[in-house]
Design a protein around this ligand. Structure first.
Ligand code: FAD
Length: 110
């Protein structure tokens, strides 16, 4: 954009800006300003392998009877989309599972 053919639009580099040119300067800029995205997922992934935290049946933590995880952290892998809808789907599915489990317990109590 700094080429003469673009000059009439007066484009300027915004970020990291013209003052950061060398490799060291760019690394300095990254250290100062770079962040990860806003879509953290998968820290308690659902699955059956040795890295999974939550089971695939009722969203309970493996080996813990009374603890469920119901949020974006259960996503088993990363994907190229925003994560809010994933969270809604996880919550809706979990609500269904909890209601079904509750009804089953009620039924067996009578
Ligand atoms: C700036 C930003 C922009 C985003 N934009 C989009 C977007 O445009 N579209 C999209 O799809 N996704 C977007 N996301 C991602 C989306 O917000 C998340 O994927 C989603 O909110 C995850 O839901 P969650 O329930 O897993 O976690 P959260 O929504 O983070 O919920 C966790 C809750 O737990 C509470 N909490 C934490 N610690 C404790 C504690 N010790 N005790 C009690 N409560 C606690 C927190 O206060 C919070 O309310 C964005 C995220 C950010 C940060």
């Amino acid at each position: 954009m700094s080429q003469p053919s673009f000059s009439k639009w007066n484009f300027q580099e915004v970020s990291p800006g013209p003052t950061y040119q060398t490799r060291d300067e760019l690394i300095e800029w990254i250290r100062e300003y770079a962040t990860t995205g806003f879509h953290y997922i998968g820290t308690c992934k659902m699955g059956t392998d040795s890295l999974s935290v939550v089971n695939t049946i009722n969203m309970k933590v493996w080996g813990v009877e009374r603890l469920r995880i119901i949020d974006a952290s259960v996503a088993p892998s990363s994907f190229s989309a925003n994560t809010q809808s994933l969270t809604y789907v996880v919550a809706a599915r979990a609500a269904d599972l909890i209601v079904a489990e509750y009804k089953m317990k009620q039924k067996s109590a009578h």
